[in-house]
Design a protein around this ligand. Structure first.
Ligand code: ADP
Ligand code: MG
Ligand code: MG
Ligand code: MG
Ligand code: MG
Length: 441
């Protein structure tokens, strides 16, 4: 029995009635074409078509026919469905001529993964997705009210959020996630659920699945889950730290070297250097919203400066203390509003470029970088991340490495969307301005 027949058999045995064919648009929104079990065989033969022109950033109306090519390894029954039982398959998007569509974010990541593979590495990624749980009002609309006043690792006595989080963890486990930790974060109403690292494509798929599960389960508890990076002024925002390592074909961590002072390999240093070098260029991808930049300010555990450290948590990149198979590089600026496929494609391409060009990283900065003034920064040659989305788009526009990771099509659509967003935002007269100027002038 081949893979296709095995999957058809499994779906029938599990009494699945509906299958959601999922893919992700350029802005990171999950899209869905639902079919009945009778259509599954056709779907597995890549015969399901959809109108690409109705998806943000895909294609114009004249060339709108697109095909979905399901990745059979992503078949999962959705545990919160029972009768009728539903499953999902994550798809790559193909053109009518049967070739991968260059506007499909998953295809973009696959290209970078292949590039690493050709160099002899598989990429391991472990994300740390933070999110807020807010109360909903009588009409079901989300508020900014939280259910608790707990802090980091706190155990609240009657914690609505804690119950929801437990439910999310159980659901994710049923869907094959290995949950390493789940805890209350620093801000009231803020949570983190960590799942075990896996190869880059699997992890990007899981991030999409994770967000879907968190939202659905929150709703079942009468709460609203949000991955908005900075929903409230004055408290921490939500990040999505990306932990990365490369693995050789014989299963060794390519970032580990016993003989080095920090026990890091040459490959690790080059990869790190590549990531730091392109950081300004990929910010528009890892931090794609106007709101993203309100998280990247001093004092709230989010990075501001392009520096690295093996001991301190304030710079852009931290090298966690664990060595051996856990040797990894933690990038701290990405936030969960990012399209995970594109964010990983951009960051990993930067690291790979560092290896290929044997770039060396700057000296580590082991003091708290928040305490550093302009002069000290200048002396040490440390630069800041883009201050806002507009600056970030400008930096991306001149960055050939990140552009290549995205491909021309995605680059154009992504920057177009970001500039539109920036213009809309800039035109708005905010409450802050009213408070500041209405009486004064
Ligand atoms: P932090 O100390 O920053 O809070 P967490 O413990 O919350 O870190 O998350 C660490 C993440 O790193 C997890 O997703 C974990 O699976 C992942 N990780 C561990 N080892 C590796 C590795 N070798 N490569 C990539 N990711 C890894
Ligand atoms: Mg963590
Ligand atoms: Mg931790
Ligand atoms: Mg955290
Ligand atoms: Mg972390």
């Amino acid at each position: 029995m081949n893979h296709k027949e095995a999957l058809l058999k499994k779906a029938k045995e599990l009494e699945v009635e509906f299958i959601h064919l999922q893919f992700t648009d350029i802005l990171g929104v999950m899209k869905n074409v639902s079919i009945t079990i009778e259509q599954l065989e056709k779907a597995l033969d890549n015969e399901i078509m959809f109108d690409g022109s109705s998806i943000d950033g895909f294609v114009r109306i004249e060339e709108s026919d697109m095909y979905l090519a399901p990745d059979l390894s992503t078949f999962i029954v959705l545990p919160w469905t029972d009768s009728p039982r539903e499953a999902r398959l994550i798809c790559n998007v193909y053109k009518t001529d049967g070739t991968p569509f260059h506007g499909c974010p998953r295809n973009a990541l696959k290209k970078v993964v292949k590039e690493a593979l050709d160099m002899g590495y598989t990429i391991n990624i472990g994300p740390e997705c933070e999110f807020f749980l807010f109360h909903t009002d009588e009409k079901g609309e989300p508020s900014l009210q939280t259910h608790d006043n707990a802090g980091y690792f706190d155990l609240a006595p009657v914690d609505l959020g804690g119950n929801a989080r437990k439910d999310m963890t159980m659901t994710l486990k049923q869907m094959g996630f290995e949950i390493e930790a789940s805890h209350h974060e620093v801000a009231p109403g803020q949570h983190e659920i960590d799942f075990k690292y896996a190869d880059a494509l699997v992890t990007a798929d899981r991030i999409m699945t994770f967000k879907m599960v968190v939202r659905i389960i929150a709703q079942r508890h009468g709460l609203h889950a949000t991955f908005m990076p900075k929903p409230k002024f004055g408290i921490n925002g939500s990040g999505m730290h990306i932990n990365m390592s490369l693995e050789t074909m014989d299963g060794k961590n390519a970032f580990y070297d016993d003989k080095d002072k920090l026990k890091l390999s040459k490959v690790a240093y080059h990869f790190l250097a590549g990531v730091l070098k392109q950081a300004k260029g990929f910010a528009a991808v890892t931090n794609p919203t106007v709101n993203s930049y309100k998280r990247l300010i001093p004092g709230y555990e989010a990075p501001v400066l392009i520096a690295w450290s093996a001991s301190n948590r304030s710079p852009l990149v931290r090298i966690p203390a664990k060595r051996g198979n856990s040797t990894r590089i933690e990038l701290r600026n990405p936030d969960p509003s990012a399209n995970p496929y594109l964010a990983l494609a951009a960051v990993l391409k930067s690291g790979i470029d560092g290896i290929k060009n044997e770039i060396d990283p700057p000296k580590p900065v082991d003091s708290n970088v928040y305490d550093m003034d302009e002069l000290e920064m200048k002396e040490k040659g440390i630069e800041g991340l883009p201050a806002n989305l507009y600056e970030a788009v400008k930096m991306l526009s001149t960055n050939e490495v990140v552009k290549e990771a995205l491909g021309q099509h995605i680059f154009k659509k992504l920057t177009g969307a970001a500039l539109y967003e920036w213009n809309e935002y800039s035109k708005d007269v905010s409450q802050w301005e009213i408070n500041r100027y209405l009486r004064k002038y």
